[in-house]
Design a protein around this ligand. Structure first.
Ligand SMILES: [Zn+2]
Length: 83
């Protein structure tokens, strides 16, 4: 799981399928499901958010800086990426 910090908000990303959630609980559920079933659970995925939509219409351009933390076994591995 990865934690994405953007505009003072935190989002949680399933590392298996890349979907992003507003809560850690949903991201964990998704990741567990994805690992076990090698597919996505639509009931979980429908709760996901698309943070890219909040940026401008210019493709590839992200106005707001964000940080991505990588979480392994519940431990924060530090900043994985910072933009
Ligand atoms: Zn997933």
């Amino acid at each position: 799981m990865k934690i994405i910090e953007k505009e003072n908000r935190k989002y949680y990303q399933c590392e298996e399928c890349g979907h992003i959630y507003k809560t850690e609980e949903l991201a964990n559920k998704c990741e567990e499901w994805c690992k076990e079933h090698k597919s996505c659970n639509l009931e979980i995925v429908k709760e996901s958010v698309d943070i890219e939509n909040k940026t401008t219409g210019m493709s590839g351009l992200k106005l707001a800086p964000f940080k991505i933390h990588s979480i392994k076994n519940g431990q924060d591995q530090g900043i994985f990426m910072e933009i």
